[in-house]
Every structure is written in C-alpha cells, then in structure tokens.
Design a protein around this ligand. Structure first.
Ligand code: GDP
Length: 203
C-alpha cells in the first residue's frame, strides 16, 4: 500500500471523544521505549508524525492519525496508544491509563486489530504476556510486531521471536500474525502495510 497522506487528527481522553468510528482503525501499543513512535513514522514515511522518545508517561491520551484520507479517499485511522511500563507513572495516572485503555479497546467498534509491539532484543517479558492475555480476556483482536530487529544478529532475533511465540502458545491455541521490523532499516514495512490493506479490504 502506498501512503499518500498521513496527519495527526486529535488526542482524546476517552473512547466517547474519539472521532466518529466511520473508517477502519489500527492501534499501536507497547512498553515504553519499545520503538512505537519510530515504527509509526517508518510505516507512514513521515518522520515527525509520532514523537520519538517524548516525555514518557506524560499522557494518557488516545492519539488519532488519518492515513490516506484526503480528497475522495476515506482512508483509515492509525491510533497511537500510550504504552505500559512507565516507571514514572503515579498510581492515579496508572488508574487513568487503565480506565482509558479498557474503555477504548472494548468499545471501539471500528478497531480492526491492535499491533502489540515487542522488543526483539529481549527474551519474553511477563509484562507483555500479561497485556496480551488481557487483550484475550477482552476479546480484542491483536497481532505482534517485533521491533528493532537491526540491533541484533538475525539468529538472535529469530530465537527471541520463537521463544515469545512459544510462551504465547502456553495460553493460546492459535497464534496471532507476527511481523519482524526495524525502523532504521525499514524492515517489515511492506508486510505490515499489506496486512492493514487486506483488513481494510474486508470492510
Ligand atoms: P517509544 O517510546 O515506544 O515511542 O519508542 P521510540 O520510537 O521513541 O524509540 C525509543 C528508542 O529506540 C529511540 O532512541 C529510537 O531511536 C530507538 N529505536 C526505535 N526503533 C528502532 C529500530 O528499529 N532500530 C534501532 N536501532 N533503534 C530504534
């Protein structure tokens, strides 16, 4: 899929304030510093679109971007969700985040899938597994994007991916789609965009 236009629309504190659910939507989430902003910029080909390494944990907002939605085209929404694992978040902020996220993920009717980002340099982390299991409990469709694959040898990345999927298979009968990406080398861009394109086509 070609990206012809991409721009920031709005940040919303809760699902009810998000733009009308009138086009397919794809949300991105992961642990702080996993490479989410870099991935969003890489996919859209817009370097400053999502802020790379902004103030971690500062916000609990749902950030909407409109992609390929200019002129005659309806396009699709890309959503940047505040991630988990911020050490600096207060108890109150954590509760706000949880409420916002639970509401958004369970109520957003046009949400096609959630891209859960996993750092490909790491062995399986409990915090990621817990988050994925929570998605399962809510019945939210998701897939996995392994990030920063340029930082390790290919064999090491492959080992971590295998370990992660193996850990998931302990609680999941079928495994989700997964993608191996690097924002630096633009690895995986076409695959992720084709996947989005194929889901767009089902509407
Ligand atoms: P976020 O907090 O999840 O939005 O993560 P960022 O996109 O801000 O990335 C965190 C750090 O990892 C930054 O220093 C990025 O430059 C770096 N980073 C992100 N993606 C990649 C990648 O694919 N390869 C490499 N080598 N570094 C990356």
């Amino acid at each position: 899929m070609d990206i012809r236009s991409a721009h920031f629309l709005i940040s919303s504190p809760r699902e009810a304030q998000c733009p009308p659910p009138d086009r397919p939507e794809y949300a991105f989430i992961g642990r702080s510093n996993v490479g989410k902003s870099s991935l969003i910029n890489m996919l859209t080909g817009r370097n400053g679109l999502a802020k790379v390494s902004g103030t971690p944990g500062k916000t609990t907002l749902i950030n909407h971007f409109l992609v390929n939605g200019s002129g005659e085209e309806k396009g699709w929404y890309l959503v940047d969700l505040p991630g988990y694992g911020f050490a600096k978040r207060s108890k109150k902020q954590r509760e706000q985040w949880q409420q916002m996220l639970a509401g958004y993920l369970q109520q957003r009717v046009n949400l096609q899938t959630v891209f859960v980002l996993i750092d490909s340099r790491l062995t399986p982390q409990q915090i990621d597994i817990n988050f994925i299991n929570q998605l399962g409990a809510w019945g939210v469709p998701f897939n996995i994007v392994f990030t920063k694959s340029d930082k390790n040898k290919q064999s090491e990345t492959a080992r971590h991916v295998k370990q992660f999927l193996h850990t998931l298979s302990e609680s999941w009968e079928t495994l989700p789609e997964h993608f191996i990406t690097s924002a630096v080398k633009k690895t995986g861009r076409e695959k992720v965009l084709s996947y989005i394109d194929s889901l767009n086509g089902t509407l």
